[in-house]
Write a protein that binds this ligand. Structure first.
Ligand code: 5GP
Ligand code: MG
Length: 197
């Protein structure tokens, strides 16, 4: 698996430092109550956000609930968006989010289709506030012009994996955010990626 890496774009230490800062900003933006910041409802978009989610929420010392949403846009070996769709069976959004302060968490903002779809679903449920947070934003016009509240890192318009992001469902467990060697992308896995020892 390590041999498939082309470049490390963002290493695990930089990610951890940035998440700590981001969490501070998220807390600061929550309305105050008599008992500290208002409770938070986190809506992570599966599957790419799971590692980011795990690290982020442990830096958020507030009452929180988590409601998962599953969206598919890069099926299989596709490296460009094929159009976003919510996978109903894997989604556990309540019918109403009235009074709740909702934070959507996604791995990467690319075309914006995924966040557009999910924020529309959530707006229908009438939350008290709705904010969006992404680990990565690609430096392409569709992403840079999309209104998102928290961005951990802006990256070049390249296909990346690791820290939750996949290629054909592999590489999510890489601790750093990396690009893959061109020979790996777009080819059959003649040598299936295997966990390193
Ligand atoms: P959008 O809907 O904004 O085009 O894309 C968002 C989704 O596409 C992300 O949540 C992610 O699952 C997938 N995606 C976009 N760019 C990349 C990328 O560079 N690498 C990987 N692994 N997935 C990506
Ligand atoms: Mg995704």
């Amino acid at each position: 698996m390590q041999g498939d890496i082309d470049q490390v774009l963002i290493n695990r230490h930089a990610i951890a430092r940035r998440i700590h800062m981001l969490a501070g900003a998220i807390i600061d933006d929550l309305p105050p109550t008599d008992h500290g910041p208002a409770p938070l409802t986190i809506v992570p978009i599966l599957t790419g956000s799971v590692i980011f989610l795990a690290d982020l929420i442990r830096q958020l010392p507030v009452h929180m609930q988590i409601h998962l949403v599953s969206v598919t846009s890069y099926p299989g070996t596709a490296t460009t968006s094929q159009g976003a769709a919510i996978r109903q069976g894997l989604t556990d959004l309540p019918d109403s989010l009235a009074g709740e302060h909702v934070l959507v968490v996604d791995d990467i903002l690319d075309s914006g289709n995924t966040l557009r779809l999910v924020t529309a679903e959530l707006t229908d449920r009438r939350p008290a506030s709705l904010r969006t947070c992404v680990l990565l934003r690609k430096q392409r016009p569709e992403a840079m012009s999309f209104n998102v509240d928290y961005v951990a890192f802006d990256i070049p318009d390249q296909f990346v994996v690791g820290y939750g992001l996949d290629y054909d469902d592999y590489y999510r467990n890489l601790p750093d955010i990396v690009t893959l060697r061109p020979s790996v992308i777009g080819h059959e896995h003649s040598d299936q990626p295997t966990p390193s020892p």
